[in-house]
Ligand binder design. Structure first.
Ligand code: AHR
Length: 323
C-alpha cells in the first residue's frame, strides 16, 4: 500500500513540475513579443501589421498578435492577457492617446517593457513606456502646411478656403497632423479653414464627409482639401470625380501616407502632395526588442526617415513609389 501512495506522490510531483514548466522561461526559450494592433482601417495599417509579423519572423521571435478592431477596450484586454502570459516585451499602437495609465502600470509592475509603435500616449508618467518608434506626426503636419504655402505663392490668389478631413479623434496622427499644419498657416490671412471633419482614417468615411461638405458648399467655395490619410483621400477622389469635379485641378489636395493607389493618383495629377508616413516599422521595433533583451539602453524616441512627394517634384523618379 505504501508503494502505491509513493507512486501517486511521484506522479503528482511530475504533474506539478510539468505545469510549472509552462510559465517559467529558460534561457533558450524563444523571445515572445505581445503585439496589440489597433485595427485594419487602412492599407497603411495592413502594411504595418505585415511589417511587424515579417520582422518578428526574421528575428526568430514568437509573436502573439491581437487585432483590436478599433476598440480601446480590446487593446487593454490584449495587453492584460500579454501580462498574464508574461511575454518578454509588449508592443502596441494606441488607438487614442489617453486612458492607458492603469494597464501600463500593471505591465510595469510585472516588469514587462512596453514599446509604443506608431502612436503616442498622453501620460504624466513617462516610465510607463520604454520606447516609442513611429512617425513625427507634428512634422508631417508642418510639411503639409509648407506645401500649401509654396503652392499658394505660385497661385498668387488673395484667399483660399480649406477643408480638413482629420483622422480618429484624439489619436496622435489626428492631433499632431492638425497641430503642425495649423502652426504653419496660423496668422496668414490668406487662409480660412472652413471646416474640419473626422473621417476616422477610413475610406468610406472620407467619402461620407466629402458628400456632406458638398451639401454645404459649392465646389468653387473649396480651394484646398487637407486629408490626414490616403484612405480618406481616395474616398474623397471618388466623390469629386462622380460629381464632375477635377481633383488636383479644381480643388488642390494634400494627403498623408504614400500608399500605392494614392501615389498613382499623385502621378495622374489627382492629388497634389503626399506627405510620406511609413508603415514599415517592424525592423526598428525588433531591433529595440533585441536591445532590451540584451540589457542595453534604448533611445526613448525613434523617428523613421520620411519624405514629401508633390507636383513640384519629378514624379517619374524611382524614389517616388508607394507601399
Ligand atoms: O497612425 C498612422 C495612421 O493610421 C496612418 O496615417 C493611417 O493611414 C492609419 O490608419
Amino acid at each position: 500500500m505504501k508503494r502505491i501512495w509513493l507512486g501517486i506522490l511521484v506522479l503528482l510531483l511530475f504533474a506539478a513540475g510539468g505545469c510549472q514548466k509552462q510559465t517559467e522561461k529558460t534561457d533558450t526559450a524563444p523571445i515572445v513579443v505581445g503585439f496589440s494592433q489597433l485595427g485594419s482601417e487602412s492599407s497603411w495599417r495592413i502594411a504595418n501589421t505585415q511589417s511587424i509579423s515579417e520582422a518578428a519572423k526574421a528575428y526568430g521571435y514568437d509573436l502573439m498578435m491581437s487585432n483590436a478592431n478599433q476598440k480601446q477596450e480590446k487593446q487593454i484586454a490584449a495587453i492584460r492577457s500579454f501580462i498574464s502570459y508574461r511575454v518578454d516585451v509588449i508592443v502596441f499602437s494606441p488607438i487614442v492617446e489617453t486612458g492607458w495609465d492603469n494597464v501600463l502600470t500593471e505591465a510595469k509592475k510585472a516588469g514587462i517593457p512596453v514599446i509604443l509603435m506608431d502612436r503616442m500616449i498622453e501620460t504624466d508618467d513617462e516610465t510607463l513606456y520604454t520606447a516609442f518608434v513611429g512617425a513625427d506626426c507634428y512634422l508631417e503636419g508642418r510639411r503639409a502646411g509648407d506645401y500649401l504655402l509654396r503652392w499658394a505663392d505660385v497661385q498668387a490668389k488673395p484667399h483660399y478656403n480649406i477643408v480638413e478631413l482629420s483622422g480618429t479623434v484624439d489619436s496622435t496622427p489626428m492631433r499632431e497632423r492638425q497641430h503642425g499644419f495649423m502652426d504653419v498657416i496660423d496668422g496668414d490671412a490668406r487662409f480660412t479653414v472652413l471646416e474640419s471633419l473626422s473621417g476616422d482614417f477610413l475610406r468610406s468615411k472620407g467619402e461620407e464627409c466629402m458628400k456632406e461638405l458638398l451639401d454645404r458648399y459649392s465646389a468653387d467655395q473649396i480651394d484646398v482639401i487637407y486629408s490626414h490619410n490616403d484612405a480618406m483621400t481616395l474616398g474623397v477622389l471618388d466623390v469629386l470625380q462622380a460629381r464632375g469635379i477635377e481633383p488636383g485641378k479644381d480643388i488642390m489636395i494634400i494627403s498623408v501616407d504614400g500608399e500605392k493607389a494614392a501615389v498613382d493618383a499623385l502621378k495622374a495629377g489627382k492629388i497634389n502632395c503626399i506627405v510620406q508616413c511609413t508603415p514599415h516599422l517592424g525592423e526598428a521595433v525588433m531591433e529595440l526588442v533585441t536591445a532590451l533583451k540584451q540589457g542595453n539602453e534604448v533611445p526613448k524616441i525613434s523617428y523613421p526617415d520620411e519624405k514629401v512627394f508633390s507636383d513640384f517634384d519629378d514624379l517619374t523618379a524611382p524614389s517616388v513609389e508607394g507601399f
